[in-house]
Write a protein that binds this ligand. Structure first.
Ligand code: BES
Ligand code: MN
Ligand code: MN
Length: 466
């Protein structure tokens, strides 16, 4: 069987140019899930992915949901072999490309360009998550070409609404429990430590997201005739947003930190050994200094401390030139990142209470919820994890480090809660990939070694034999 893996890896190497072309085809489909006018393209992205899997011997279906469709594909694995069943999860939807004028090439016309680490592919979705989805699809392709099947039973679930908060995911998992049943889940939607050091992410933050709209006057007013005599909704909303933090960076919402516990000593020691370079982290964002909760560095502030941020604010006149007006309303998008032991419902209620307590007399505050997701911790010890570590070591010549991440992947929590499955978060993104930003990219070496990694992980897991 060992010879099998060598030939599968050789096949993946030989097929790397083909893999780049296929990823380009995928990236040309503008699967923007948040914008309803792209629904037909999102569906085309689902159909394209299902077709890829069908060509690899999978029974693949595009399944409708109240939102965008899911891709559900199954392969029974080699005949007569009992091996652990793997569930791959990824998402084929992408973030909107805005602001368009900052792209050096059009977001849905992928280009391969040179960079300091070799060639890279630039397009919306390059790393998040199409490039990463292709790492396991290409690994499955190499297995299919060499042995006619993956080395163990495989189910693939691809979602088209991850970037809009996964509203259809939980009902879908609930109603497809049997088909999704597996022994372990593998998710490639996170990052590496650096280009030569693989990583397993063991913590993800949760998310509570709202839009708060404050309204006062019945209509927009002349700022000369009324200004100074009434509360200006934009001024008042700005005060409400400012009140969310103390001057030193701590979140000022009452009870916000009540459930947050200090990091376990073991994790603290392991993270300290990583040698996180704060200057480099800030430098990648074009900054020289950071800011946040006192007593923590940037690594802890993003991996294991909760936050509250305003993500957008709107109101009044924003066209060219001056308009002397007092707007009748203003709104702010506000989100909190949650860490272990925080409850999304309680955080949501605390945030709403904080804002409601600051509404000017006679004004009205409307709060719309865009979703509440719990923080995630995945087991940092299991036979599947050890198998994955061995496989990554084979590909990279060094084992993975365990990291946390500031981002959120709602599916990981749903898979844990509904299917009772632990996820292995094995991602191939890099810190400078510009996730969600203009000029998003994926290094071709990450595509290639990510593919090799998944080929080797499948083999290592298959060899565990339940
Ligand atoms: N893949 C990202 C999350 C991520 C990025 C995790 C990098 C670790 C490293 C995912 O697609 C994402 O953007 N999630 C959203 C969540 C959401 C509910 C829209 C996020 O974190 O903002
Ligand atoms: Mn993602
Ligand atoms: Mn994303």
């Amino acid at each position: 069987m060992a010879a099998d893996l060598e030939s599968v890896l050789a096949r993946a190497d030989a097929d790397h140019p083909g893999a780049i072309e296929r990823l380009k085809d995928f990236l040309r489909i503008p699967t923007i899930s948040t914008d309803p006018k792209h629904a037909p393209e999102v569906r085309r992205g689902a159909a394209w992915s299902a077709e890829q899997l069908r060509a690899l011997g999978f029974d693949a279906r595009v399944v409708d949901t109240p939102g965008h469709p899911m891709v559900l594909a199954k392969h029974p694995g080699p005949k007569g072999v009992t091996a652990p069943r793997v569930l791959f999860y990824g998402h084929y939807d992408v973030q909107p490309p805005d602001p368009l004028e900052l792209w050096e090439s059009p977001p849905f016309e992928p280009v391969v360009v040179d960079g300091p680490r070799g060639k890279r592919i630039v397009a919306r979705g390059a790393v998040d998550d199409k490039g990463q989805v292709m790492t396991f699809i290409e690994a499955l392709r190499a297995w299919h070409a060499c042995t006619g099947s993956p080395p163990c039973p495989v189910t693939v679930l691809l979602e088209g609404e991850e970037e809009s908060g996964s509203p259809s995911l939980e009902p879908f998992i609930e109603s497809h429990r049997k088909e999704l049943d597996a022994d372990v889940a593998i998710v490639s939607d996170t990052g590496m430590w650096d280009v030569n050091t693989p990583a397993i992410t063991t913590m993800l933050r949760g998310l509570v997201y709202i839009e708060a709209t404050l309204s006062g006057p019945s209509h927009d007013l002349h700022s000369g005739l009324y200004g100074g005599a009434i509360v200006n909704p934009i001024n008042a909303l700005a005060c409400m947003v400012a009140s969310l933090h103390h001057a030193d960076g701590r979140v000022a919402i009452e009870g916000f930190y009540d459930e947050v516990r200090p990091l376990p000593e073991r994790t603290k020691a392991q993270w300290a050994g990583l040698g996180f370079d704060e200057a480099e982290f800030l430098g990648a964002a074009g900054l020289k200094s950071g800011f946040g909760e006192p007593g923590f560095g940037a690594m802890e502030r993003t991996w294991c401390r909760p936050t509250c941020d305003c993500n957008g604010i709107k109101g009044g006149y924003i066209g060219a030139g001056a308009k002397t007006v007092i707007a009748s309303q203003a709104s702010a998008k506000i989100s909190c990142r949650l860490v272990a032991d925080m409850d999304p419902e309680r955080t949501y209620e605390r945030l709403c209470a904080h804002l409601h307590a600051r509404v000017p007399v006679g004004f009205h505050l409307k709060i719309e919820s865009f979703g509440r997701n719990p923080p995630i911790r995945v087991a940092d010890e299991s036979p599947y994890l050890s198998a994955t570590e061995r496989a990554l070591e084979k590909v990279y010549g060094r084992g993975p480090v365990h990291i946390g991440s500031g981002g959120s992947i709602p599916a990981v929590g749903s898979i844990q809660r509904i299917l009772g499955l632990e996820s292995l978060l094995v991602g191939f993104g890099l810190d400078d990939d510009r996730v969600h930003s203009p000029n998003e990219k994926f290094e071709l070496t990450c595509l290639h070694r990510g593919t090799r990694s998944h080929a080797a992980i499948l083999k290592a897991i298959a060899d565990l034999r339940p």
